[in-house]
Design a protein around this ligand. Structure first.
Ligand code: CIR
Length: 250
């Protein structure tokens, strides 16, 4: 498995924020936590390719939003926040040797964080970042490869994957306040702890889950279905990023 990640931007203090109050981010600590994240991936035998940061893009560490990668193709997104659109250029360069590339065109906007890929289904959140035009473009691009696209309405979270992510072959962790659990056909759902609303974002690498150490009560619940590696991610959490946001997996 390959993971593409990107260093933390020195301008991370100016990251986009939607649901959180701005708090000071400790940049050296954010860098150290991101390095620990990359090391956790390496420990799980993932080859990590780290792209350089760019001060022109405060949110560039959140690479998940720049592409939707399937076995058959990679879709370069058109991120919903105008400040993030230019982040896709280096991701397209990194993915070009690995996949056939296609791109989302205006007026479509979509962030990869809204795309939950479960088998042959792509659940795509309708959000401030992702519109129906882009969802229709994705559906047209993936249908020839046998994928179904299911648009999902949700509330309270920036991205669908802030509210639901896969944690094992047949289960998801979700925040039931933000997304209706009955949408995900064929999957068991484990609710995050009610005091940890941002804990429904975990990164599944085979039988192991990388989760945020900030959410111990939810991680306890997830131990039932996976072996959990808890990492500190307090600084990027202040920029509204979770553990899935920081990598593209192939
Ligand atoms: C943003 O608002 O775009 C960034 N500050 C956070 C993006 C997090 N990405 C993700 O959940 N996939």
């Amino acid at each position: 498995m390959i993971a593409i990640t990107r260093e933390v931007s020195p301008s991370i203090a100016r990251a986009e924020l939607t649901h959180l109050e701005r708090l000071p981010i400790d940049y050296p600590r954010a860098v150290a936590q991101h390095e620990d994240y990359c090391d956790a991936l390496r420990e799980l035998d993932v080859e990590v390719r780290v792209l350089p940061a760019d001060a022109a893009y405060p949110d560039c560490v959140f690479v998940e939003d720049t592409a939707i990668v399937l076995d058959e193709l990679a879709i370069i997104t058109r991120p919903g926040a105008a400040s993030r659109r230019g982040e896709t250029t280096v991701m397209a360069e990194a993915l070009a040797p690995l996949r056939t590339l296609v791109t989302i065109e205006a007026p479509g906007t979509i962030d990869g964080g809204d795309v939950l890929h479960l088998g042959r289904t792509l659940y795509i959140g309708r959000s401030d970042r992702t519109n129906d035009d882009a969802i229709a473009q994705v559906a047209k691009l993936v249908q020839p490869h046998g994928y179904e696209v299911v648009p999902v309405t949700f509330h309270g979270a920036l991205h669908l994957k802030t509210a639901a992510t896969r944690v094992s072959e047949d289960s998801l962790v979700i925040n039931p306040e933000w997304v209706d659990r009955s949408i995900f056909r064929g999957f068991r759902t484990i609710a995050c702890h009610p005091d940890e609303p941002f804990a429904a974002n975990a990164l599944m690498i085979g039988p192991t889950l990388i989760g945020s150490a900030q959410y111990p009560r939810t991680l306890d619940r997830l131990q039932r279905v996976a072996s959990v590696m808890a990492i500190d991610s307090t600084e990027l959490a202040k920029a509204e990023g979770g553990v899935t946001c920081c990598s593209i997996l192939l």
